[in-house]
Write a protein that binds this ligand. Structure first.
Ligand SMILES: Cc1cc2nc3c(=O)[nH]c(=O)nc-3n(C[C@H](O)[C@H](O)[C@H](O)COP(=O)(O)OP(=O)(O)OC[C@H]3O[C@@H](n4cnc5c(N)ncnc54)[C@H](O)[C@@H]3O)c2cc1C
Length: 432
């Protein structure tokens, strides 16, 4: 029998990416009754695990920021329509703090350096800044920082993770780095496409024992071992601790190409914690349309497998449907449109202005800043320049005037705008 949503809730959050997940967390911690509806996991299935707040600003100068807060202050001054500028530094700080505390209570530990960004090595040997990394990646930060003698291990058959290639690219910066290829203790056809299966397999202590046996003879002089991020799916910390004990060295994970196991871990731990707090989670369900009356959204229609559909009502809606990948925006010959409410989208005047002449133009491409303009309560604006609906709020990458990819601010943007949208709803409800 299909579970049926309550017909009267405080908030319906549409979207299961980081923005929708954060909105549901922040709303439930404020005592609101919430349902979250998502067609799929959105960017979480792709995100490698690190949480970025602001790694680069201004992107045109490729200025890498050690101190993301200083960077955000500069961004607010230089880009006054950016969502961080609508929020202000203090609200961004509060939002990240609350989200990380919620994640911690869900068993997801993130590590970092107080107010600063950290640097990790990626699977292709480049360096990447992040604000916080999953605990399973933390030793990679310290190993890189202190240039410790480290062994990078990959598995035979993995096409998109090569320890040898990573070591080759990093050799000049990290001389005591070595590569090792081992056979994964369980045979999978198409091993390169099955990160979650490898992670699942490593939850077995027997499999871990075999993996440790294969690595042990190569540890002379080595203090740390880095591996693709497949070290357990539910019990990641336990898998890492167990391998450390077996090998007597520090172990860390390195983000992989999708499907991303740290993304799956984040999604499943957060959903479990949200359910425990009474949030109704409707995964694999698409919001088909919204019923609007004047400037209010009175309800939404949700579809699932087959013919099933259901009407849901709530006092407020948070739209966290993402961009083109998520399905929140769609592009046609005539331009970019918002898929659910038909909200106006800030965009270049014609399609031939979406991209600049050079792919690597340091100014970026105007299409990447297309999205919804909002008021100070995070309500998308209508054609007349004031809010389109009194009780519809927007969060995440669907918002205009930001390019999270170039500024390395994906998680920060998602979480802090979710905070803005939830606070916007509370102000609407209290009539302020
Ligand atoms: C490849 C990749 C790598 C990344 N790496 C990092 C990283 O290292 N660090 C970092 O901080 N961030 C990273 N991110 C970004 C981070 O995940 C972003 O915060 C995210 O992509 C934007 O989140 P979002 O929730 O706004 O949108 P999305 O993640 O796109 O989610 C949109 C959601 O809306 C749902 N949806 C859309 N329409 C409907 C509908 N009609 N009905 C129901 N549901 C609907 C979708 O199913 C989806 O769940 C990465 C993202 C990608 C794609």
């Amino acid at each position: 029998m299909k579970s049926r949503p309550d017909s009267r809730l405080d908030l319906i959050v549409i979207g299961g990416g980081l923005a929708g997940t954060a909105a549901a967390c922040l709303a439930t911690t404020r005592g609101l009754s919430v349902a979250r509806v998502a067609a799929n996991a959105g960017g979480l299935a792709f995100a490698g695990g690190p949480l970025d707040l602001l790694g680069v600003y201004p992107p045109r100068e490729q200025m890498v920021r050690d101190d993301p807060w200083e960077g955000i202050s500069a961004l607010i001054e230089g880009s006054p329509r950016h969502p961080y500028a609508v929020l202000g530094v203090d609200a961004v700080r509060r939002a990240m703090g609350e989200f990380l505390a919620f994640a911690d209570s869900a068993g997801l530990r993130y590590c970092g350096m107080a107010e600063r960004n950290v640097t990790i090595a990626t699977a292709v040997g480049t360096l990447k800044t992040a604000y916080r990394v999953p605990r399973s990646m933390w030793r990679g930060v310290t190993a890189l920082q202190d240039r410790l003698p480290t062994l990078i291990v990959d598995f035979e058959g993995m096409k998109d993770f090569s320890a040898a290639a990573m070591v080759e690219v990093l050799r000049s910066r990290w001389p005591r780095l070595q590569a090792l290829r081992v056979t994964f203790p369980v045979r999978f056809p198409g091993i390169d496409r099955h990160n979650p299966l490898l992670a699942e397999a490593l939850e077995s202590s027997e499999i871990r024992a075999k993996l440790a046996e294969a690595i042990r003879p190569h540890l002379s002089g080595v203090l740390m071992v880095g591996m693709p991020a497949v070290l357990g799916i539910r019990a990641g910390d336990r898998v890492v601790a167990d391998l450390e004990e077996r090998l007597g060295v520090g172990i860390f994970e390195i983000p992989t190409m999708p499907p991303s196991v740290p993304g799956i871990r984040l999604q499943s731990a957060m959903e479990e914690a949200l359910r425990k707090r009474g949030v109704q989670i409707f995964d694999g369900r698409r919001v088909l349309c919204a019923r609007t009356e004047e400037r209010l959204c009175a309800g939404i229609t949700v579809g699932g497998a087959g013919e099933w559909h259901e009407t849901m009502e709530a006092q407020g809606i948070i739209l966290a449907t993402g961009r083109f990948l998520g399905g929140g925006l769609s592009a046609s010959r005539d331009g970019i449109s918002e898929a659910l409410f038909g909200l106006p989208v800030v965009q270049p005047p014609s399609r031939d202005r979406w991209h600049r002449g050079s792919f690597l133009d340091p100014r970026g491409h105007p299409v990447n800043e297309a999205g919804l303009a909002i008021d100070d309560r995070f309500r998308p604006l209508g054609e007349d320049g004031s809010f389109a609906f009194e009780n519809v709020f927007a969060a995440g990458s669907i918002l205009a005037h930001q390019d999270w990819v170039r500024t390395k601010s994906g998680a920060g943007l998602a979480v802090s705008t979710a905070h803005g949208a939830v606070e916007g709803f509370l102000r609407y409800r209290s009539g302020k």
